[in-house]
Design a protein around this ligand. Sequence first.
Ligand code: PLP
Length: 435
Amino acid sequence: MEEDRIYELVNELWMKRQADSKFVPGETVIKIGEATYDNEEINAMFKAILDGWFAMGKYGKEFESNLSNFIGQKYCALTNSGSSANLLAIESLIKTGKITDGDEVIVNPITFPTTFRPLVNNGIKPVFVDVDLKTLNFDEEKLKDSVGDKTKMILAQHTMGIPNNMKLIMDIAEEKNLVVMEDCCDALGSKYDGKNVGSFGDVSTFSFYVPHHITMGEGGALVTNELEIMKHARAMRDGGVWQWCDKCNDFVDTRSCPHKLLSIYEGMPEDTHRNFSFHTFGYKVRPMEFQAAMGLVQMRKLPDFTKRRKDNFEKLVNGISSLGDYFIFCSGPENSDVNWFGFPFIIKDGTPFSRLELIEWLEKHKIEPRPILAGNILKHKAAKEFENGFRVAGEMKNSDKILRDGLFLGVHPGIDDERINFIIDTFERFIKTRR
Ligand SMILES: Cc1ncc(COP(=O)(O)O)c(C=O)c1O
């Protein structure tokens, strides 16, 4: 086939690139995250492009069923980002009457703005609860104390891949009749009690942006066991068009559904096309088909990626902790299995060096460090804009410490032993000069 020539050329190009790429310590940048991919992903994307339907289609649908099976929730909606998935998740919970204007939702302050912004937009108050320095997730005693009369939901974000104590959260939710949403954007493949994160909540979200556990460049998804949540999520994702057909008793392709010209809304002409019959005034936040094709290949590689992330994390903790007592290292709660997003650590008080000195040293040696998400997001300029829209439950001592002294490095599968040893060696040389 003519098409095969393209695939062969890609394979050749890839082999050549591999042969040319070499790690040069102190010159090659060790990034906090990058896409780990090869000719297989590129060819899968070419194939999807050559199919000629560029918008989300059969590959997107296949990815949705793949992800929902993997996580263990019945339904999945693929989106163009984790942020869009959070937007749809929260607004679907509103549409299904599970949370509403005036309610409060407990959230983690070490976060990303798009995790809680849709709450504020809808008159729902995020209540920030301080975190534990080791898990970067809720301080468990503070979490228990912060549930009040107005609390309707716990938004459990699995920070840096570290699962929350889901037993505690599900017990509180059951006792107080709360909704649970999981932000798993940084935690695909992490487990709690042998189950994937994302399988506990009423709705859970994922991100497939470049540094994440799998990537399609940009991308995201939400999963749920509840059909009503998914009906609303898909409608909002697709501009506001209801994708569910009562007659087919399934989500349908609005072009091929035999009932596409049966108006589903009172007052509309009976022959209105379903694609122009708006259930809600929604958004348009789907990815493109070639992205889903890349995602499908990446999903197959996830077990291998997971192993490499975990190995890299272990090697860094062992290597850097042997250099002295300067850092707090993170770990998951009992019964958890962490698929690390990165290697987070916090510089202890009273060490003979500052965070800035360490950042400058690492950058000089081409090792990229990053803050741990926002640190305490309430300290950012943007928080002023929303001051009346949120509540702070007590002191934010640990979140402030993470804002001041937290950092993370990459553990992505593109980091091999040579790079890991160079990172450890660079820390060793730094510490020697400060002691
Ligand atoms: C915890 C968390 N939630 C949501 C997001 C948003 O994901 P995206 O960048 O795909 O919009 C991020 C971004 O990395 C994140 O770290």
